[in-house]
Design a protein around this ligand. Structure first.
Ligand code: ACO
Length: 322
């Protein structure tokens, strides 16, 4: 049986860092409030000449180096993003060209903060069924481009970044199980109201901003992380104690801690980067995974649970043997 295994990982964060103290100077907020309510200390923000594709390319190049593969090996590129460069072509196609990959399939998936896990789920299925041998699964976001810097309720929460895994066909199990879900009835709780088809607010032409009911999203996210983790473990006839590391989507430290507590998972086994990166939506899981692999916490052979929750609502999970 063919399995899909993570053969390499890479990430990229824009150089520019915006601290909570920087935000204090431009809006009515405080470092103390942001840290207490979210755990966030700083976030990376793209420069004018950086785009979702350009940071995605950087992450992909690092992942390809890590896996020891070249452009000629790649036969599938999936980008999980809700901040694509353009309406079309897809960010995946732009990245494909910049990497010098020829002839592979390349497409984006938009599942907001669950985008990376939706992309991973798809790539895993392609590889297991023989439709691809070596895939780039990328989560890349420039959320600063849809942040309303005049809304302190959302502006403090988001950051930019990209992460990529090279997923490769293998005889050894790697991706053990994936689950993805959605419930579109919650559209109003977390959205960018403007868009191509519905149009833009006539009083703010051309603007597209994240709007959110923070409290409702918070409660739903905690409950969903718990449910998806249990679903994933049950599917493998396993036990929550089998998990060496929990790598959740990084929305808010309070959500991460509440989810870990419900799962009975000590924080020492939870990878948290939200303090340094803020919420990078589809990029947050590969960014956190990369950090924990590089600093030696996550080792080859460890069992790792990913879980994400985002606008839609969408949610997903993956259990992997790293
Ligand atoms: N600085 C200072 N005060 C603020 C700020 C700020 N940046 N933002 C809001 N406040 C004020 C509010 O105006 C309010 O003041 P009031 O009591 O005078 O009306 C007070 O702080 C409390 O506001 P709440 O919204 O009730 O604060 P809460 O504790 O719920 O924290 C937060 C808000 C951080 C957004 C929280 O609800 C949250 O994290 N929700 C989860 C949503 C999330 O993370 N979404 C990310 C995208 S979705 C995803 O990735 C899954």
């Amino acid at each position: 049986m063919t399995h899909a295994r993570i053969a390499g990982i890479g990430s990229f964060l824009p150089e520019k860092v915006v601290t909570n103290t920087d935000l204090e100077k431009v809006m009515d907020t405080s470092d103390e409030w942001i840290q207490e309510r979210t755990g966030i200390k700083r976030r990376h923000v793209v420069a004018d000449d950086e785009f979702t594709s350009s940071i995605g390319v950087q992450a992909a190049r690092r992942a390809m180096d890590d896996a020891g593969v070249g452009p000629e090996d790649i036969d599938l590129i999936i980008v999980g993003t809700c901040t694509p460069d353009k309406v079309f072509p897809s960010t995946a196609c732009i990245i494909q060209h910049q990497l010098g990959v020829k002839g592979s399939a390349a497409f984006d998936v938009n599942a907001a903060c669950s985008g990376f896990l939706y992309a991973l789920d798809l790539a895993n299925r392609y590889i297991k069924t023989g439709g691809a041998q070596t895939a780039l699964v990328i989560g890349a976001e420039t959320l600063s481009r849809i942040t309303n810097w005049e809304d302190r309720g959302t502006a403090v929460l988001f950051g930019d970044g990209a992460g990529c895994v090279v997923l490769q066909a293998s005889d050894e199990p790697g991706i053990l199980s994936t689950h993805i879900h959605a419930d579109g009835q919650f559209e109003e709780l977390l959205q960018v109201r403007s868009g191509i088809s519905v149009g833009y607010d006539k009083t703010r032409a051309g603007e597209a901003f994240i709007e959110m009911n923070g409290n409702a999203v918070f409660k739903r996210a905690v409950a969903t992380f718990d449910a998806i983790a249990r679903e994933t473990v049950a599917d493998l006839d396993g036990d929550l104690g089998d998990i060496d590391w929990f790598v959740p989507h990084q929305a808010n430290m309070r959500i991460i801690k509440a989810a870990a507590k419900k799962l009975g998972m000590p924080m020492e086994r939870v990878i948290a980067t939200v303090d340094e990166h803020a919420n990078t939506s589809g990029a947050s899981i590969p960014l956190a995974l990369e950090l924990a692999v590089r600093d030696g916490r996550i080792q080859r052979g460890d069992t790792v649970l990913f879980a994400a929750f985002g606008a839609g609502f969408t949610w997903g999970s993956a259990m992997i043997k790293y």
